[in-house]
Design a protein around this ligand. Structure first.
Ligand code: NAD
Length: 480
């Protein structure tokens, strides 16, 4: 199976005819190839986007909205095929792809199909000066969108939908580790009648294809989701060209559990916030802090609940934890577990590789709980991004706040308490772009999404995304 680039509405091979192997992580085998695109491919994609821009930027909002809605509908029509492709490419349980990833990819298009019809800008009357100012929000031109492997179609579409809704043309690159559903999206774009060149999808490595997008002098904005290290690099490359940048990066999110919470709901949700998608969600709560008075009970009950999670093939409907995305990633995650003691932690559950029947070479790891006693340890400071969480007791609100914030990241935080005053006090002080209280990953697409500190710059979602993908121009008209 050969994945191709989607440029100017056509599937094409990379110029170099070089290919990269694509793995199925659930069995640890190569099942296809994807283009190893270079700067020439990026240039061709750029030219297609540039050519399409004038006409696309002048389409009516209604026309754009209808095309985006059509894409949303077609994604739902092809849900079984897309979910199967996502599970095979990424290792995630197919029921998760069916119920979360693919519906959300469709929702991203539908949301921005609606949002663009409601997008408005400000006007300011300069009272006493006989002048009116209004803000014209124009599309930027050709923009670059680069996405990671953990929620492949979900995060890819979260960028490209607002970009094209706002009237831009796009050169987009999905992760080379999970290219399949972005490839399949090409057919959908054609079927939905998206004009040629509006959205070009090219495949390849970050250091070549991705780098060529970021370096391109006429790609004027980059929306990137991925690791913090890559984000730092992209920011350095883009800064001298004054590109507009949106960076959604890593996290090391605290889950803070007070004894007055609704215990059963907290327990159930904490299992999910720890291990959903094999713990490979930037929003997973990977540092769990529990009030000392309920710590021992929590530890016992949490272990008992995690013990019930089934590690298995992504294609079994009763699998809770599928395969990790790659061998390299599995080794990285496992090394934190293997060195847990040296890092000051104690594995209290899991930690072993799992040989899944008929898929013995797949990349499976038990959900793992590590007890720590110092937030400054590596296990609490570095993003592991796998099915591994730490647990630790705390006594005081001020103590847990200090620990929650004592980390270089600031993406999300989860807070469990029924005390309203505490909810407000703690939420206001947490270094996090998103705080969930008595829930986790409850998403409303209108809300700003993103992180503080080393978790990124800028926000996606709702009008924030449409503002990012447009250039505000103030027009001042004097009258007599
Ligand atoms: P990554 O940074 O390795 O890769 C992300 C994307 O960037 C890929 O498409 C990759 O090919 C590309 N890339 C790599 N080097 C590049 C370069 N020099 N120039 C341009 N593009 C380049 O990240 P990953 O391993 O795919 O994803 C996991 C990371 O993503 C984790 O750190 C996770 O926390 C983060 N993440 C963040 C969010 C968020 O919303 N904040 C969401 C999901 C994942």
């Amino acid at each position: 199976m050969k994945i191709k680039n989607y440029i100017n509405g056509e599937y094409v091979n990379p110029i170099s005819n070089n290919w990269i192997e694509n793995y199925n992580p659930s069995i640890g085998e190569v099942y296809g190839q994807l283009p190893d695109s270079n700067s020439q491919d990026v240039e061709i994609a750029y030219k297609a986007a540039e050519t399409a821009f004038q006409s696309w930027s002048e389409t009516t909002l209604d026309e754009r909205s209808q095309i985006l809605s059509k894409i949303a509908k077609l994604i739902i029509e092809k849900l079984p095929e897309l979910a199967m492709a996502e599970a095979k490419d990424n290792g995630k349980p197919i029921h998760v792809a069916k119920s979360i990833d693919i519906p959300r990819a469709s929702a991203n298009f539908q949301f921005f199909a609606n949002a663009i019809t409601q997008f408005a800008s400000e006007a300011h009357e300069s009272v006493g000066q006989n002048a009116i100012n209004f803000t014209l929000r124009q599309p930027i031109g050709v923009v670059g969108c680069i996405s990671p492997w953990n929620l492949p179609l979900y995060l890819f579409t979260w960028k490209i939908a607002p970009a094209i809704a706002a009237g831009n043309c796009v050169v987009a690159k999905p992760s080379e580790i999970t290219p399949m559903t972005a490839y399949l999206l090409g057919e959908i774009l054609t079927e939905a009648g998206l004009p040629k060149g509006v959205l070009n999808i090219i495949h390849g490595l970050g250091t070549t294809t991705g780098q060529a997008i970021v370096e391109h002098p006429n790609i004027k904005a980059i929306s990137f989701t991925g690791g913090t290290k890559t984000g730092v690099h992209i920011a350095k490359v883009a800064a001298p060209m004054f590109k507009k940048l949106s960076l959604e990066l890593g996290g090391k999110n605290p889950a803070i559990i007070f004894s007055d919470c609704d215990y059963n709901e907290m327990l159930q949700t904490t299992v999910r916030s720890s291990f959903a998608n094999q713990g490979q969600i930037c929003l997973c709560g990977s540092r769990i802090f529990v009030e000392a008075s309920i710590y021992q009970k929590f530890k016992t009950d949490f272990i008992a609940a995690v013990c019930k999670l089934k590690v298995g093939s992504p294609f079994n409907n009763n699998t809770d934890i599928g395969a990790l995305v790659s061998k390299t990633h599995l080794n990285k995650v496992k090394s934190y577990v293997d060195n847990a003691e040296q890092y000051g932690g104690k594995v209290v559950f899991g930690g072993n590789l799992v040989a899944v029947e008929s898929s013995e070479n797949g990349y499976y790891l038990e959900p793992t709980i590590i007890e720590v006693n110092d937030n400054s340890c590596i296990l609490n400071q570095e993003e592991i991004f796998g099915p591994v969480v730490t647990i630790m007791p705390f006594n005081e609100e001020s103590e847990v706040l200090a620990m929650a914030n004592d980390v270089s990241y600031g993406l999300s935080a989860t807070l469990w308490t029924n005390d309203l005053k505490r909810t407000m006090r703690v939420s206001k002080q947490l270094d996090a772009g998103i705080v969930w209280v008595n829930t986790w990953l409850l998403r409303d697409l209108r809300t700003p999404f993103g992180g503080m500190k080393n978790s990124g710059v800028g926000r996606e979602g709702g009008l924030e995304a449409l503002r990012f993908f447009t250039e505000p121009k103030n027009i001042c008209i004097k009258y007599n």
